[in-house]
Design a protein around this ligand. Structure first.
Ligand code: NAD
Ligand code: TYD
Length: 349
């Protein structure tokens, strides 16, 4: 039995996590605290918004007074912390927004939990959801393990690394019962179309250029979002207190080969001539400080907790494309307004 403060539940991963917990654990209460930034969208949660064990609260994780009030009112036994500023390119133009939410926001949540739980840590969990980007950039070989030294290079990854360190500091200093997981790149339904995969799906549908940074040789390790949230479920219930678990799919793709696979599948699904979407590929100026390669070694999670990804990439991508084609209204809503302004300034050259 848990009453869970789930932060960032209106975002991409948060909405999948909220759905999983609300549906799977009828005896838990899930309170979703989300500021509804450009990336937060209550449409992501339409199918569960009326469930009796779910509640939404609009608010900011940096607002310590609000957090204190919520802990007093709901008597949370657990925190599932997903809220963050999450897009590397935005962190390059506005680093302070990342430091504010990712560092101060996480510290405020820890502080509120520490005050509310005041040393009574039995059956309590503070679960911090983090990224493999904290480990920095790999060369052509090797993998990130839980022992890899932190070496973040973007304002986004530095802010996430900082938040991981603060979470561990609360574990060592106050015995706060924390868990951390660091996951590789996710993809799937409800992914905001500023990130590579949904951006390319959107642009292929609309016959717009597919912007590839640099030569397209950077490598990412992609995991279907539902596999990520299943791993979080496993770590939440069976992971050891104070431990970190890496989550990844052993599924490395260079950006250019990934985009070509997207083009190939979408030509088929849209009934377009073979090779026509690839013509949209456009090489653009590289991202500043662009990390070359991420790749996760998830052996600890497999050996200790028995988790492995369930979906092969070609199948996951096919499901993802089908979802975007079936949800044109969702895509239309999130690509209007503020997003259009961001897009025009990011890709103006
Ligand atoms: P997202 O940008 O889609 O969603 C973030 C959510 O947090 C949004 O709903 C937003 O409104 C909310 N939020 C932002 N600032 C807030 C604040 N100050 N107070 C309250 N709510 C706020 O992000 P995502 O891709 O779903 O990522 C979720 C978490 O998973 C992040 O911590 C991210 O670092 C981590 N992660 C993401 C990936 C990935 O590939 N997307 C991979 C590994 C880890
Ligand atoms: P992204 O989806 O932003 O995730 P992250 O930077 O967190 O890995 O980017 C994935 C890869 O795709 C990354 O190497 C940057 C590259 N990329 C492009 O080539 N063009 C784009 O328009 C975007 C958004 C990303």
């Amino acid at each position: 039995m848990h009453t869970i403060l789930l932060t960032g539940g209106a975002g991409f991963i948060g909405s999948h996590l909220t759905r999983l917990f609300v549906r799977k654990y009828a005896n838990y209460k899930i309170v979703n605290l989300d500021k509804l930034t450009y990336a937060g969208n209550l449409e992501n949660l339409r199918d569960i918004e009326n469930e009796p064990n779910y509640q939404f609260i609009k608010g900011d994780i940096t607002d310590l007074e609000l957090l204190r009030k919520l802990f007093a009112e709901y008597k949370f036994t657990a925190v599932l912390h997903c809220a963050a500023e999450s897009h590397v390119d935005r962190s390059i133009t506005d680093p302070l927004a990342f430091i504010n939410t990712n560092v101060l926001g996480t510290a405020s949540l820890l502080q509120a939990a520490k005050e509310a739980w005041s040393g009574e840590f039995e059956n309590k969990i503070f679960y911090h959801i983090s990224t493999d980007e904290v480990y920095g950039s790999l060369g052509e070989t090797g993998f990130f393990t839980e022992e890899t030294a932190y070496d973040p290079r973007s304002p986004y990854s530095a802010s996430k690394a900082s938040s991981d360190h603060i979470v561990r500091a609360f574990y060592h200093t106050y015995k706060m019962p924390v868990k951390i997981s660091n996951c590789s790149n996710n993809y799937g339904p409800y992914h905001f179309p500023e990130k590579l995969i949904p951006l390319c799906i959107h642009n292929i549908i609309n016959n717009k250029p597919l912007p590839i940074y640099g030569k397209g040789e950077n490598v990412r390790d992609w995991l279907y979002v539902e596999d990520h949230v299943k791993a979080i479920d496993v770590v939440f219930h069976n992971g050891k207190i104070g431990e970190t678990y890496n989550i990844g799919g052993h599924n490395e793709w260079t950006n250019i080969s990934l985009v070509k696979e997207l083009c190939r599948q979408m030509d088929g699904k849209l009934g377009r001539e073979k090779g026509s979407s690839e013509k949209l590929i456009t090489y653009v100026t590289d991202r500043a400080g662009h990390d070359l390669r991420y790749a996760i070694d998830a052996t600890k999670l497999k050996d200790e907790l028995g988790w492995t990804p369930s979906l092969q990439f070609e199948e996951g991508i096919s499901k993802t494309i089908d979802w975007y084609l079936a949800n044109a209204e969702w895509l239309k809503h999130v690509t209007s307004g503020d997003y259009q302004k961001y897009y025009n300034s990011q890709y103006r050259s």
